[in-house]
Design a protein around this ligand. Structure first.
Ligand code: BGC
Length: 813
């Protein structure tokens, strides 16, 4: 049996380089001559999207049926590591059946703004929660010998111009917020692969960013696995390989493979770098092949049941006045809103699952309460966007006969789409108007929401109960019905703050930026770190979620009251179910420095535990904190720094509902470490409650000036200019018009079709080099360079070089 090292020693440089780009859209290449097989990968993250048919047929959305589990935002709201692990195992079983070696997920990007179109695919605004949930997901999948791809590494926090945008982020925000979740998942779960994001970070494409890909990921965190590009994210192949990016997807990309060969031959690239990438590739291929050798069949029904349980665990009871919920089975209920029958349960884009089964809230309620008790009223039009007064009037009349009204509202699928950010945080007017009108006419209204990220709730005080169902997957409706009738006691907690209005969000002034850059001026003040520090009122705070029972917290005990920065601290407490029904509580631990020489958030989540308690039962919990729980990233020493001083240990049921508190004093060995003046900036030490930070202050924090980048014009276009920007020439306008017309035709003029919306925005934002991916390997770099000359206004010269490239039939990519 040959070892991987033997195989590498038998490979030619060409064979090695060729392995560095995919075989097609979904396969990693093998080498026939040496018996190295090819393996298939597929999306991800909350279900398996295995494309039907030919894998070189790009953009084909049809996929085999699979279980659509709750999306990431719902899973994270369960705060349940064990449950997420189980979902991971189930996903791996589906991969085993379908012979998929790597599932492309989970996504651990931070929810910087509620508007990001892919927030439903991400876990949290908090890196600790995000990292812990990602870790469980990865460990679950990988425990059965299937790989994961932790994505999108890193600082991919918006969809607008995602393939070219340059995220300008200061070092502390990068380390403390945008990388910390990835760090936990990498160190503690070793994902088989990591997916490099599309965007740039501080001027460099992340896929070729040596700090991100090599220094931090490999040297500091010890990642052993493969690093792959997001689909079409490759810019400079050789730079990326040097930085530690092994595999370009999709493929083939003969041109880039050839550039690797050339770089080795010319001495520009150390052959050992290529060998290492190949070693990582082969390690992955053989690991996956070993798992997939045997045929496997999973049990669809048990997966559906798990999906139902998971969705109920992630649903958050936001409000429950006068114990409106749970409902008794003999209560007459009017179910209002088309989403009760046409469920909204996942988001659009690469994560779109073809569900093996699909439940709806109305049927699930009927199954529990019986058909006599339940009526249905549509309330708003099927696609949900335009306001229909007659449907509202009908609902107001019809609910009069019911004892309780359950309104199913949420974001239509065209609002949560990969490739597209939302422009506002509102529900459709048709939903808001319906809720207002019905709440004005009925004293007992429950709103059930289906949405992957926060919405404004202008009617929050007018309704009696609100249940946030997130995008709960194919069995989400059953999970909701179980909670409405008390078959399951709600235990989800918000994994992100719900601001009252969009303008309250700290990134609002600088989201989504563009055309070239987006400035993260709010630095570390993301989510509750901002709201709680400046004491801004929120609609519902981070960590909030009600139960049908109550919990009492008692007896906080610290193992020591004075520690050194290298010591660990144990925090013990008792939590008791003092209500009448069994229930689960998520106990949260926050650390708050009493004083600091540098700017810091008021408190940060550093531990959580979900406990299941019978009525009257008490449980002892112990959290162990190490130095990182107290540290901030000090830019003067480029390391984590624990300041000497007192720290409050806060135990709560949400970031704003602290039940127990104690203090520990730390005598730090780092007391002589210098503080960087950048960490002591007045604008950040007294962070403004409108989050408005001047360019000057932000530049001081960055330690450099931000170069001014005017929008690109004809003559300046490069292979990285998005196609949608190249409208300065007739040819550019023509190309854009043709593409958009073609898309409209494909989607039959349906402007709300989410896949159509995604495609339109993707084409606009696609850099010219991305055509190589779209061409499925039939376009060369020379052809694109020829096109570029045309776009830059030199028609004849461009036509000539394009023609030359075509006639030479140099298939470089
Ligand atoms: C997405 C990834 C996905 C990949 C393959 C990209 O556009 O950003 O999340 O895994 O496509 O579908």
């Amino acid at each position: 049996m040959k070892t991987i090292k033997d195989l590498i020693s038998e490979m030619t440089i060409e064979e090695k380089a060729s392995l560095c780009s995919g075989l097609d859209f979904w396969h990693i290449k093998g080498v026939k001559r040496l018996g190295i097989p090819s393996i298939m990968v597929a999306d991800g993250p909350h279900g398996l999207r295995k494309q039907v048919g030919d894998s070189s047929d790009i953009g084909k959305m049809e996929s085999y049926p699979a279980t659509c589990f709750p999306t990431a935002s719902a899973l994270a709201a369960s705060w349940d590591r064990e449950l997420v692990f189980q979902v991971g195992e189930a996903l791996a079983e589906e991969c085993k059946q379908e012979k998929i070696g790597v599932l492309l997920g989970p996504g651990a990007n931070i929810k910087r703004s509620p508007l990001c179109g892919r927030n439903f695919e991400y876990f949290s605004e908090d890196p600790y929660l995000s990292g812990e949930i990602a870790k469980s997901h990865i460990n679950g999948v990988q425990s059965l010998g299937i790989g994961t791809s932790l994505k999108h590494y890193a600082v991919n926090n918006q969809e607008y111009r995602r393939m070219t945008i340059d995220a300008i982020v200061d070092e502390r925000a990068l380390r403390e917020i945008y990388l910390a979740g990835f760090e936990i998942a990498v160190k503690e779960a070793q994902p088989w692969t990591l997916m490099g994001a599309y965007n740039k970070l501080n001027g460099t494409y992340v896929c070729e960013h040596p700090d991100l890909m090599r220094t931090i990921l490999k040297e500091e965190w010890g990642h052993q696995g493969l690093v792959i590009t997001d689909w079409g994210a490759m810019n400079q192949r050789v730079d990326a390989l040097k930085a530690g990016l092994d595999l370009e997807m999709p493929g083939p990309h003969d041109g880039n493979d050839a550039s690797i060969v050339q770089a080795v031959r010319s001495g520009e690239l150390d052959p050992a770098v290529l060998d290492k990438a190949v070693e990582r590739l082969l390690t992955l291929i053989f690991k996956a092949k070993a798992t997939l050798a045997e045929d496997y069949t999973y049990d669809q029904h048990s997966h559906h049941a798990l999906a139902r349980r998971a969705s109920a665990e992630g649903a958050v009871l936001l409000k429950n006045d006068s114990e409106t919920l749970p409902l008794a089975k003999n209560v007459k209920v009017a179910v209002v809103g088309e989403m009760a029958k046409t469920p909204r349960y996942q988001g659009a884009g690469s994560s779109l699952i073809n569900p093996s089964q699909l439940d709806n809230i109305f049927d699930e309620i009927v199954k529990i309460a019986g058909p006599e008790q339940v009526s249905f009223i549509q309330g708003y039009p099927a696609r949900g966007l335009h306001l229909d007064e007659s449907l509202i009037g009908e609902a107001v009349r019809a609910v009069k006969g019911a004892e309780v009204v359950v309104i199913c509202a949420g974001l239509p699928d065209s609002f949560e789409v990969e490739g597209l950010d939302r422009e506002h945080m509102r529900l459709p007017d048709s939903h808001n108007a319906l809720i207002k009108a019905v709440a004005g006419a009925h004293p007992s209204v429950v709103v059930v929401l289906s949405n992957g990220s926060p919405v404004e709730m202008p009617w929050v005080d007018d309704v009696q109960a609100i249940l946030e169902g997130h995008l709960g997957g194919q069995a989400g409706a059953g999970g909701i019905a179980d909670i409405l009738y008390g078959l399951v006691n709600p235990s989800g907690k918000l994994a992100e703050s719900f601001p009252i209005k969009l303008e309250d969000n700290p990134s609002n002034e600088n989201f989504p930026g563009g055309p070239a850059m987006v400035e993260y001026r709010e630095s570390i003040f993301v989510g509750y770190r901002f709201y709680d520090t400046v004491e801004k009122e929120v609609l519902f705070p981070f960590g909030h979620g009600l139960s049908y029972t109550q919990f009492e917290y008692q007896d906080i005990k610290l193992s020591k009251s004075n520690i050194g920065d290298e010591d660990t601290l144990e925090v013990g407490l008792l939590v008791k179910n003092i209500g009448e029904v069994p229930g689960k509580e998520v106990v949260q631990l926050y650390v708050s420095p009493v004083e600091s020489a540098v700017f810091r958030p008021k408190a940060e989540l550093k531990g959580f535990e979900k406990v299941n308690l019978q009525p009257g039962e008490t449980r002892q919990l112990t959290f162990t904190l190490n130095r990182r729980a107290f540290a901030y990233y000090n830019t003067a020493i480029n390391d984590w720094h624990v300041e000497s001083g007192a720290y409050r240990i806060l135990i709560g049921s949400s970031s704003r509902d602290i039940r127990l508190e104690d203090q520990v004093k730390i005598a730090s060995t780092q007391k002589n470490a210098a503080f960087a003046s950048r960490d002591q900036l007045p604008a950040y030490l007294n962070f403004p409650d409108d989050a408005k930070i001047s360019q000057d202050d932000f530049e001081q924090l960055l330690g450099r000036q931000i170069p001014f980048k005017p929008p690109e014009k004809r003559g300046d276009y490069t292979l990285n200019t998005p196609i949608g920007d190249m409208t300065d020439t007739l040819f550019g306008r023509l190309l854009n018009a043709i593409v958009q017309r073609q898309l409209k035709k494909t989607f039959k003029g349906d402007l709300e079709n989410p896949t159509g919306l995604m495609m339109q925005s993707m084409v606009k934002g696609l850099p010219l080099r991305g055509l190589i991916m779209a061409g499925g390997g039939n376009l060369s770099l020379e052809m694109l360079n020829g096109l570029l000359v045309i776009f830059n206004g030199r028609l004849l010269k461009g036509i000539f070089s394009t023609w030359k490239a075509i006639s030479q039939n140099k298939r470089l990519g």
